[in-house]
Structure formats: structure tokens, C-alpha cells
Design a binder for this molecule. Structure first.
Ligand SMILES: Cc1cc2nc3c(=O)[nH]c(=O)nc-3n(C[C@H](O)[C@H](O)[C@H](O)COP(=O)(O)OP(=O)(O)OC[C@H]3O[C@@H](n4cnc5c(N)ncnc54)[C@H](O)[C@@H]3O)c2cc1C
Length: 283
């Protein structure tokens, strides 16, 4: 990315659906824009022997319609379908959505649930950041309940090049469920679940991620710990779901849903998402 060496202060433009509204409202006034659409290396979805690679400039619509993903990781196309509307999906990119890390964005939770690795390049070279280390939960919310400051570890002069998603062996089941804002489609609460069952229906691996509830997406670690090592039953699902509401995060509130509402809805949505994943055909 020679251009970043020449203009390290430049602002990157992907789908523009977060950046351009912010520029229009004068929230930000970049001096220089670099349009990532001109870089073909940031496009494409590929399958390797043990991981899937998704270019940063792949749009949500491309994920939705990808036959490779429908076969290898159907959670992604299924989740893409419930992101906003076709106009947004045709422009919004995976890289832009992860870099933007909206507190109610869908991709952050989905990326956490599938254990994505975010590949970055910049003036100081390349690095790969596990998704667990990618988001930053801010502890100083602004007046509207949303976070202030940086939401990810992406540095000023860095670009997300692609995302790789490890293919987990065995009987992995996944689901994504959200309470959708009726106008924008953003998640008031979104729950992404991936878990593996052994032949005795015992869960031996699990990742659960939540969006819409806090200033950044987060993993429901208490619920995960409750499920791993146990034979799955209705009772265990209920217990794990209740534990998610007890995660040590500051729940956000806005005119569409108070923090108490979000805390109460989280166990309900997690219970439904877990039940859907477990009852689903193997994916
Ligand atoms: C009306 C509306 C409804 C929406 N509904 C939803 C919804 O339901 N769910 C949801 O999840 N999202 C929703 N979104 C947001 C949308 O899906 C994307 O998250 C958003 O558009 C950002 O992606 P983008 O490609 O447009 O990025 P841009 O707007 O171009 O960029 C966003 C930020 O990321 C940076 N950036 C972009 N690409 C990279 C990169 N490769 N490396 C490093 N930094 C980068 C930019 O510099 C900028 O700071 C909605 C947006 C709108 C306008």
C-alpha cells in the first residue's frame, strides 16, 4: 500500500455508507480520501484447506449470494440477508463494517462468533489480529450512551486487507438472530452462536457474541463456559442464556431501547439463537 506511505493521514473510503454521512454532517472533514475500490487485491472470497478468506472490499451482498459461503459457512450468507436493505448491502463492505465497528453493527458479532482473524497492512508492515483482540470497549460513554473514541485497534495508517475464518472440524452448528431496528435494520440486540457437539450431544467448543448491547460487540464468556463440557438440554440452554445478561459490560440505551430493555432481551434472544443452532441441520 504505497499510497499509505505517501499520505499516512489519508482517510480510507470503502462502501461510504458510514463515512459519507459523517462527512455530510461535518462530523469529520478528511483532507484526503483514498478510494479502496481501485485496489483489486482487496476483493474476492477464497477457500483454503483450513480457512476461508474474505477480501475487505467484499460487500454484504456478495457475502449474501456467495455459493462458496452457502456451502462452507452458511451462517455468513444467512446473517447478510438480515443486514439492512439491498441498497446498503450492495455498497457496505466487510472491511468497512469491521473498521467502523458500530455498537449495533452485525458483522462485529458474526466475526467474533466464527473466530475471524483480521489482516492489516500499513506503513509499519503487516499484522494479523485475532478478532478477540480487535474491538475496544470504551468505558467513557458519550451523552447518547454510545462510545467515544476509537472502537478498534486499526491504526490511522493501516488498512484491513482481508479477513480469514478458520474452518472448525466436526459437527459445528451456528445461528444469528437479532431484534432489528425497524428503520435502519441495525441490531437492538444481535446474538451470533457457533457451537460443536460430540456424538453424545455434549458441547465441546462454543463461541457466543453479542452486538447492540454495549459500546462494542463482546463475547458472552459466562454463557460459553456454562455450555462447554455439558450435554445440551433445554435447562442448560436456559441457564447459559440467563448468564449472558450478567456479563460485566455497560449496557447501552437510546430512544429505541433502554439499557434495562437490552439486558432483559439478551437472554431471550440467546435462548432462541442457541435453540435454533442446535435444532438446525448441520452447518
Ligand atoms: C441506512 C443505513 C442502514 C444500515 N444498516 C445496517 C445494519 O442493519 N447492520 C449493519 O451492520 N450495518 C448497517 N449499516 C452500516 C453498513 O453496513 C456498514 O457498516 C457501513 O456502511 C460501513 O461500511 P462501508 O464499507 O460503507 O465503510 P465506509 O463508510 O467507507 O468506511 C467506514 C470507516 O471504516 C474505514 N475503513 C473502511 N474500509 C477500511 C479498510 N479496509 N481498512 C481500514 N479502514 C477502513 C473508513 O476509513 C471509515 O472510517 C447501515 C448503514 C446505513 C447508512
Amino acid at each position: 500500500m504505497q499510497i499509505l506511505t505517501m499520505y499516512p493521514e489519508a482517510t480510507l473510503l470503502a462502501g461510504g455508507h458510514a463515512l459519507l454521512p459523517a462527512m455530510k454532517s461535518r462530523e469529520i472533514r478528511p483532507e484526503r480520501l483514498v478510494d479502496l475500490a481501485a485496489i483489486p487485491e482487496l476483493r474476492g472470497i477464497r477457500r483454503g484447506s483450513d480457512a476461508i478468506q474474505i477480501g475487505a472490499m467484499v460487500t454484504t451482498a456478495e457475502v449474501e449470494h456467495s455459493s462458496l459461503l452457502k456451502e462452507a459457512l452458511p451462517l455468513l450468507p444467512d446473517a447478510a440477508k438480515v443486514i439492512s436493505d439491498p441498497l446498503i448491502r450492495n455498497r457496505a463492505t466487510i472491511g468497512g463494517s469491521l473498521a467502523q465497528a458500530e455498537p449495533s453493527g452485525d458483522w462485529p458479532a458474526i466475526a467474533l462468533a466464527v473466530g475471524a482473524i483480521i489482516h492489516l497492512t500499513g506503513v509499519n508492515g503487516e499484522r494479523a489480529v485475532p478478532i478477540d483482540d480487535f474491538f475496544q470497549i470504551e468505558t467513557t460513554p458519550a451523552g447518547n450512551g454510545l462510545a467515544v473514541g476509537r472502537r478498534t485497534v486499526v491504526a490511522r495508517s493501516e488498512v484491513i486487507t482481508h479477513v480469514s475464518i478458520p474452518l472448525v472440524q466436526g459437527e459445528v452448528r451456528r445461528s444469528y438472530l437479532k431484534r432489528m431496528h425497524p428503520a435502519s435494520g441495525f441490531a437492538l440486540i444481535g446474538v451470533a452462536v457457533a457451537l460443536r457437539l460430540d456424538q453424545d450431544r455434549r458441547c465441546d467448543w462454543c463461541r457466543i457474541a453479542i452486538t447492540g448491547a454495549a459500546s462494542a460487540a463482546f463475547r458472552a464468556l459466562k454463557a460459553e463456559r456454562c455450555l462447554v463440557g455439558t450435554a445440551i438440554s433445554g435447562e442448560i440452554i436456559r441457564e447459559a442464556s440467563m448468564l449472558a445478561g450478567e456479563e460485566n459490560v455497560e449496557f447501552i440505551g437510546d430512544p429505541f431501547g433502554s439499557s434495562a430493555y437490552r439486558r432483559q432481551m439478551l437472554p431471550v434472544y440467546l435462548r432462541r439463537a442457541l435453540s435454533t443452532a442446535i435444532e438446525s441441520a448441520l452447518v
